[in-house]
Design a binder for this molecule. Structure first.
Ligand code: SF4
Length: 456
């Protein structure tokens, strides 16, 4: 079988990274190998995000960049997948008629069939396209091959356990693009995790749009929640680190609190988005919790796992947000002290309730608030990182650094750590003394073990 080149680019969340990996897994048996260059590739897939206007604009600009490559290679298949494909479908084909295939997050398991169908259709009409944005009855997970590791050294992997969302936050497109909430069956998840562990994976991140809403059934039709699943997989000897993302404050539950308290393999880092710190804006966002509810969760977590650190997503300039509302967000941030956070200006998502709300905040006000918010968050991140200087952290080394002899790994808090170390240490979790800290990473020194193995 001749080798064909696949260029795939993921935009947005880790769920998209997972989906891109699974598309790669699907195409490998057909002879496709990944390439870093869109130019000259046999198939180019842009796995898009629709959560913000900026992400959508980027897709159109990337399509424009790829257009000449497609013109130079007439048999190149140019595909747009993911949430923008699901939401915009025909519109993408109208704006970029040189695109060959459009498919959504729930139909990518049909990729081999779609490629064959496209090829048949193109033999009759070179302008033929495929648009596949249905929500099929069947679960794509039943049709996907075994997954492969997600990082360069093969020590970490994502496992999708839950998808879709029924919460309908007024700013968010996910319930429309990913569909209703769905939890995978427990046995399938465990099978996937065991397959990854047998290939040397040490760290698993359980993924879901609302991962802590997971309620998968086991073979006895008994429902498992996320806490129970974590406690179960923690017994797998080869598994050293467990993470989960993204969670919703309203889906925290007793088993999950207990897992944070008792399961040392569950990393002491929780991404728990709050979005804003104003109760009236939380209400307008349909988040269905108050700031106080959120802060109670933070306090409870800290009491159960004192070393835990938090990250969050923030939106500034939601319709109707006043300076007072914004000040309340800053106050909440001061109160929690985040290790890290993602922050964005609100942008109208067509079809969402917030897009039609009155009192849209002017762009210059959003810019100014985002600047102030990020200034505070950056300061907190730097302070958090600096608090480890002189201390020892466990670091999972994953890839080579820019300089010869440099390795990069991540701590239990997802901070990047740079050390001097031998290549063969990739894939190991090693005690590392932190010697310097910047906002985006730490510098460390490996602590030598008695037999000197780290130094050979
Ligand atoms: S909980 Fe809200 S923000 Fe998260 S995916 Fe669902 S609708 Fe979107």
């Amino acid at each position: 079988m001749s080798v064909k080149k696949l260029f795939i680019k993921s935009y947005g969340c880790q769920m998209n990274v997972y989906d891109s990996n699974r598309m790669t897994d699907l195409l490998r048996p057909l002879g496709y190998e990944t390439t870093d260059l869109a130019e000259g590739a046999d198939i180019v897939i842009l796995n898009t995000c629709h959560i913000r206007e900026k992400a959508e604009d980027k897709v159109y600009s990337d399509l424009g960049r790829i257009k000449p490559f497609k013109a130079a290679k007439s048999d190149m298949i140019l595909a747009v997948a993911g949430c923008s494909a699901q939401a915009l479908g025909d519109e993408i084909l109208r704006q970029a008629p040189y695109v060959d295939m459009i498919f959504g997050p729930q139909t990518y398991h049909q990729l081999p069939e779609m490629i064959a169908k496209l090829s048949r259709a193109k033999s009759k009409d070179p302008r033929a396209t495929i648009l596949n944005v249905d929500f099929p009855e069947e679960s794509k997970f039943d049709h996907l091959p075994d997954p492969t590791p997600t990082n360069a050294d093969g020590s970490s992997a994502f496992v999708s356990i839950q998808e879709g969302c029924d919460k309908f936050c007024t700013f968010c497109v996910v319930p429309y693009t990913r569909g209703a909430e769905y939890s995978r069956p427990v046995e399938k998840i465990i099978q996937e995790i065991k397959a990854l562990l047998s290939r040397g994976i040490k760290e698993i991140t359980l993924l879901g749009q609302n991962v802590n809403a997971f309620h998968g059934l086991d073979s006895n039709s008994k429902e498992w929640n996320l806490g129970k699943l974590i406690k179960h997989i923690a017994d797998f000897q080869e598994l050293e680190r467990i993470r989960y993302t993204t969670s919703h404050p309203n889906d925290m539950h007793d088993d999950l609190y207990e897992a944070h308290h008792r399961v040392s393999k569950l990393m002491p880092h929780l991404h728990l988005p709050v979005q804003v710190g104003s109760d009236s804006i939380l209400k307008a966002m349909n988040r269905k919790h108050t700031c106080d509810d959120y802060l109670k969760i933070i306090d409870k977590m800290k009491s159960l796992r004192p070393e835990i650190a938090f990250s969050s997503d923030f939106i500034v300039g939601f319709p109707g947000e006043s300076e007072k509302d914004f000040q309340e967000t800053l106050k909440l941030i001061e109160n929690v002290k985040y290790a890290q956070a993602y922050s964005f200006k609100y942008s109208i998502r067509p079809g969402t309730p917030a897009g039609a709300m009155e009192y849209q905040v002017p762009e210059e006000v959003k810019n100014e608030r985002l600047y102030r918010l990020q200034d505070l968050l950056n300061t907190q991140q730097l302070e958090f990182n600096k608090s480890f200087v002189g201390k020892t952290l466990d670091v999972l080394f994953e890839r080579d650094g820019k300089h010869e002899g440099q390795l990069i790994g991540k701590t239990q808090y997802l901070q990047s750590v740079y050390v001097d170390g031998k290549k063969r240490l990739k894939g190991s979790i090693l005690e590392t003394k932190i010697i310097d800290a910047k906002q985006n990473g730490l510098a460390g020194e490996l602590i030598l073990v008695q037999d000197g193995t780290q130094d050979q």
